[in-house]
Design a protein around this ligand. Structure first.
Ligand code: DWN
Length: 396
């Protein structure tokens, strides 16, 4: 049974960066109510009422996975590992974004699936790219008559697809006999531990645990056999999944992860009710910090126009009165306005100037990379604000 445990209020689509803040544009902005629920049978944590993907993954999709050195390196590393471990003949990626993962493979081995046309256009010249949503129809079109995939890789995508049953059925059909599905998604364990409630937004329909994922894949004839903790995106998990009949043995690492999830009570509703109280406290404290600094006439900006920060700004009602502007390296976000709160987005070259006193870490998941890049800002007395694991100011 599904039980709602967290109400993050009226939210815009996290990808809806606005081209103008004119009355006409703002009047067309779409909002929905973001409730998060826990399924007491499958232990699945999900957005209670998911938005239709065709409004989310359009030809105006803003996020470019290649924007951070951290992610470029992480994808190169996993590509090398998969090549060495499995020597795949065919690799398919579901949600290939700007090609940051597939570019590590020879082009004749790769099949890319990317429903956002503007992103699919970036890879289609070099790699076989399908500008479609992943579903049974597409799986049939690709694999009915041709060699099945030895590796299906999908980072930060499966958690975005509402229909998990069809998704996993189509994957089961597309995998070779001993093929492996490798998925990476934000870790529920980390979200609960870090009170990183900003991992919840329209696109993150699910935040998985190993416990819930093993439950949902079962009816598609799949099983989880290995898992790894990752530092990426503020705490993610990599899951290794195969057909029921495959020869891969369940690892000790996975046993320990499942044991720890049970210890953290990720299978109990009470955990999520407690979490929702911590979220409320985190919100109150973050607003208090912003207001205190603003009363002292400090210049506060936000660093990274992340989808995650859309949840924070709209849930906490942190808008233009508290934040002067947002900086982001992504060219197609610059010159636009943040969803819901309509704060302007500019380049860090212009935005990270001497007048800035405080920068909120919208991209807190890249804290290490950002702090290393912004040594000069810190040296001259600039400070960062973060809400993870609890709102605080970082001065070095
Ligand atoms: O799942 C998703 C994740 C992986 O990416 C999506 N649904 C959408 C997107 O979410 P996000 O915006 O929360 O992801 P990131 O990767 O945390 O976004 C970082 C943003 O910060 C990018 O727009 C790039 C920007 N950035 C920056 O301006 N300066 C990043 C770094 C490291 C920097 O130094």
């Amino acid at each position: 049974m599904k039980k709602n445990f967290l109400n993050l209020g009226r939210q815009p689509l996290a990808n809806s960066f606005l081209v103008s803040n004119s009355k006409k544009t703002l009047s067309k902005e779409f909002f929905y109510n973001l409730n998060i629920s826990f399924d007491t049978s499958s232990y699945l944590v999900s957005v209670a009422n998911p938005v239709n993907p065709k409004y989310q993954y359009t030809d105006k999709y803003a996020h470019r996975a290649s924007e951070s050195i951290t992610m470029r390196k992480a994808f190169a590393k996993i590509a090398k590992k998969l090549n060495q471990k499995y020597s795949p003949k065919i690799i398919m990626e579901i949600g290939s974004n700007d090609g940051v993962f597939i570019k590590n493979f020879k082009k004749d081995k790769v099949i890319a699936i990317e429903p956002c046309k503007n992103l699919a256009d970036l890879t289609k010249k070099k790699y076989k790219t399908y500008p479609n949503f992943w579903n049974k129809k597409l799986a049939n079109k690709i694999f009915l008559k041709s060699q099945k995939a030895d590796i299906i890789f999908s980072a930060n995508t499966i958690s975005h697809i509402p229909n998990l049953k069809e998704t996993f059925d189509a994957i089961e059909f597309s995998l070779s006999k001993n093929g492996v599905l490798v998925i990476e998604d934000p870790s529920l364990y980390s979200v609960i531990k870090n009170i990183s409630y900003d991992q919840f937004y329209d696109e993150h329909v699910y935040v998985f645990s190993a416990l819930s994922l093993s439950n949902v894949i079962r009816s598609s004839g799949l099983r989880l056999f290995d898992s790894e903790k990752l530092d990426t995106h503020g705490g993610s998990m990599r899951y290794y999944i195969c057909k029921d009949s495959a020869t891969h043995k369940q690892t000790r690492k996975l046993d320990i992860i499942i044991k720890n999830e049970k210890k953290a009570k990720l299978d109990k509703l009470s955990t999520y009710i407690h979490f929702s109280k911590q979220v409320k406290k985190s919100k109150d404290e973050l607003i208090r910090i912003f207001k205190k600094l603003k009363n002292k006439k400090k210049t506060i900006i936000s660093y990274g126009a992340t989808y995650k920060s859309s949840t924070i700004f709209n849930y906490c009602k942190i808008g233009k009165k508290l934040i002067d502007y947002v900086t982001d390296t992504t060219l197609n976000k610059q010159g636009k306005f943040t969803p819901g709160q309509h704060i302007s987005i500019i380049s860090p070259e212009i935005g990270m100037n001497n007048k800035v006193d405080y920068a909120f870490l919208g991209a807190w998941n890249f804290k290490k990379e950002i702090l290393a890049k912004e040594k000069e800002f810190l040296r001259r007395g600039g400070k960062f604000i973060t809400h993870v694991p609890f709102p605080k100011i970082i001065s070095k």
